[in-house]
Ligand binder design. Structure first.
Ligand SMILES: O=C(O)CCC(=O)C(=O)O
Length: 288
């Protein structure tokens, strides 16, 4: 496994000299090298780009989501053995937009749109964000998946994600891992993760192409909507907090054309729903 450039992995001590993470000024434009790297590899880490004060503000709102998780969050790794009221929140999944009404006007959000548009070579718009918090002591990996595996064919090659860690991350506390160049090999078959009551998906990847991306607070990692990625469980002693930001081509219309493995779980009621555009739903309707 490779470790991302310029970042030491605290677990293994490995570093790599590949170009894909360059320390920059806050909120820069993408350089031709960064655009070239992203298009070839399907991911890019931009070093030292969000000012600490902006992250402090974002983190404050995310702490509210943790404090009020029973009301404001899902457990993305809801254990099938637990009732709804007993969810242990191994991955807290929510949205800072729920508790920060001016979030859309923040500098980091405007920058994500302009930088990601340069990487993808198309005009993008902000779609939605998620807070993903992994508690110390009881978290699990976010298994290998492609975002298009969740979103469906409607966003084929028209989506990108910007992942913002709110503390330094490495393999001990749950950094991102990408499959190098995996965005050009189509959408892999996914399935629901065994033992979960939530909608968490998993796919099989060629793990020899894995790049682990330890990052510092202030860095941002981008990945193409077809790039397979995962994050390790948090085996550290503090929360691993990250905000992941999903962007789409202007006017793309969000998710749709879902794959047959996609199920949505309403964690308020526990109901499991097959999306309208799933072939399973359509087959059901034809049969009945
Ligand atoms: O933060 C994580 O654990 C995973 C994030 C992720 O899968 C994503 O940003 O698409």
């Amino acid at each position: 496994m490779l470790v991302a450039a310029g970042r030491r992995d605290e677990d293994s001590g490995e570093t790599s000299s590949d170009l894909h993470s360059v320390d920059t000024m806050p909120y820069p434009d993408a350089t031709p090298e960064q655009i070239g790297f992203f298009r070839e590899h399907g991911y890019l880490v931009v070093g030292d780009t969000i000012p600490q004060a902006d992250l402090d503000q974002l983190e404050g709102h995310c702490n509210t989501l943790i404090d009020e998780k029973e009301r404001l969050a899902n457990d993305w790794a809801w254990d099938a053995k637990e009732s709804r009221d007993q969810r242990s929140f191994r991955i807290v999944q929510s949205s800072p937009a729920l508790v920060w009404k001016d979030i859309g006007e923040q500098a980091y959000r405007r920058w994500l749109v302009s930088f990601a548009s340069q990487l993808m070579g198309m005009e993008l718009e902000f779609w939605y964000d998620q807070f993903l918090g992994k508690p110390p002591g009881k978290s699990v990996p976010t298994e290998w998946h492609q975002d298009e595996g969740y979103w469906g064919r409607n966003l084929a090659d028209r989506g990108i994600t910007g992942w913002i860690p709110l503390q330094d991350v490495d393999r001990v506390n749950g950094c991102m891992h990408f499959i190098d160049g995996g965005h050009v090999h189509g959408v892999l078959p996914h399935r629901l993760v065994e033992g979960m009551q939530s909608d968490l998906l998993i796919c099989e990847v060629d793990e020899t192409r894995t790049v682990a991306c330890p990052m510092r607070r202030g860095d941002v990692a981008f990945h193409h909507s077809k790039t397979p990625h995962m994050s390790t469980a948090n085996t550290g002693t503090a929360w691993r907090k990250a905000v992941t930001n999903h962007l789409q081509a202007v006017g793309a219309g969000g998710e749709g054309g879902h794959y047959p493995w996609r199920v949505k779980v309403n964690q308020k009621t526990g109901a499991r729903v097959i999306p309208e555009s799933s072939p399973l739903k359509q087959a059901d309707e034809e049969a009945g």
